[in-house]
Design a binder for this molecule. Structure first.
Ligand SMILES: N[C@@H](CCC(=O)N[C@@H](CS)C(=O)NCC(=O)O)C(=O)O
Ligand SMILES: [Fe+2]
Length: 357
């Protein structure tokens, strides 16, 4: 298996890249928004397809890149159902499995640091990604985000210490430069949670921590509840129920709302038509639909922040793949009347429809 441990130094946050070397399908655990260029470049260089981003919890100290990665690479964001993040494409619960190629991660509910904390266990029990539930020789604080020392104590005992001794522990942070540990090591040497400590011992330790709040908490928590989007005006509407009646929408098996070329050729007044390809494609051989506005998929969120969320938007690209991602991206920003044009400009041209170049 392909495995990389990456660090965001300012917040001491670890991001993990896991991939199946045969199918090239990959996941990123806890990607950090400030490191998005590093992570996209690494995925590209290794020839990997990012299937999912996985959050261990709604972070208080850094902002996730999951929403931006969804827009750029078409990945889907996995967040615990108990985390309360309405932006998640896949809210997960105890026992769910996240598949990438031939490999999978099992979801274990490990509340305590936050109520929505989960840990991800590798299919062969060789590694566990504990987020802030269990840190190396420590654990996540329990003094905000519905934290509970009692829940954390039992989460670690029942869900992590029950794993095999050699299982490697990969935490969400380490503030002292350590990178990994094992279940056996933490059972013996974790000063807060070692097996000889009772719940009362643990509660007393947690009560005496008196840590300063994370510097970014007021920005990070609301941003992470919407997968890392930062609205320019500070306002954000969570994704709402998709509206169906405004156009002849067909939902694909991947969950993408689509309209056909006929609908676009007779586009009603007031429907915004977006082309999300690169400029050279827009003016290239296939041309573009007259009246369409060019906004590159990678940065579509920037102009879209200023649009009315009740506006109807149809997106076009070359074949319908990127426009499908764009449609999902707009939905994640709170638009409810969004569709991708099935077949893209290839279909449009094959049908001999009018284009501009
Ligand atoms: N100084 C750090 C605070 C870091 C912090 O509070 N980290 C949380 C995890 S999000 C924690 O549980 N820390 C446990 C500890 O430091 O023992 C910041 O401003 O970001
Ligand atoms: Fe945390």
């Amino acid at each position: 298996m392909i495995f990389r441990q990456l660090i965001d130094r300012p917040t001491c946050t670890y991001t993990y890249l896991l991939a199946d070397p045969t199918t090239r399908e990959a996941v990123l655990i806890d990607p950090v928004r400030d490191q998005i260029e590093r992570d996209v470049q690494l995925l590209e260089e290794l020839g990997l397809e990012l299937k999912y981003t996985l959050e261990t919890h709604v972070h208080a100290d850094h902002v996730t890149s999951s929403g931006l990665l969804r827009g750029r690479l078409g990945s889907r964001s996995v967040v615990s159902a108990a985390g309360g993040a309405p932006c998640a494409d896949r809210p997960v619960m105890m026992g769910d499995r996240i598949q990438f190629g031939q490999r999978s991660l099992e979801v274990r509910a490990t509340p305590g640091h936050t109520n929505g904390c989960v840990s991800y266990v590798m299919d062969d029990l060789s590694m566990v990604f504990t987020g802030d539930t269990l840190l190396i020789r420590g654990c996540g604080r329990t003094d905000f985000q519905q934290g509970s020392p009692e829940k954390l104590y039992y989460s670690v005992r029942e869900q992590i210490f029950s794993l095999p001794d050699p299982c490697k522990v990969y935490p969400g942070h380490d503030y002292k430069g350590r990178t990994s540990s094992t279940v056996a090591e933490e059972r013996r040497h974790n000063p807060r949670l070692k097996e000889s400590n009772s719940l009362a011992d643990f509660e007393q330790i947690m009560d005496q921590l008196k840590l300063a709040h994370p510097a970014q908490i007021d920005v990070a928590v609301p941003a992470n509840l919407r997968c890392g989007w930062l609205a320019q005006d500070g306002e954000w509407t969570p994704p709402k129920e998709r509206e169906m009646g405004w156009a002849p929408i067909v939902i694909t098996p991947e969950g993408i709302p689509e309209v056909d070329t006929v609908y676009v050729s007779e586009l009603p007044e007031g429907v915004r038509l977006i082309d999300c390809r690169r400029h050279e494609e827009f003016v290239g051989e296939l041309g573009h639909v007259p009246g369409s506005e060019l906004h590159l998929l990678d940065t579509l969120n920037v102009p879209a922040e200023a649009w009315d969320r009740n506006e109807a938007v149809v997106v076009v690209c070359r074949s319908g793949v990127r426009s499908g991602r764009a449609a999902r991206l707009l939905e994640s920003m709170g638009f409810t009347k969004v569709a991708s044009m099935r077949g893209g400009m290839i279909q449009w041209n094959a049908e001999g429809r009018t284009t501009e170049r």
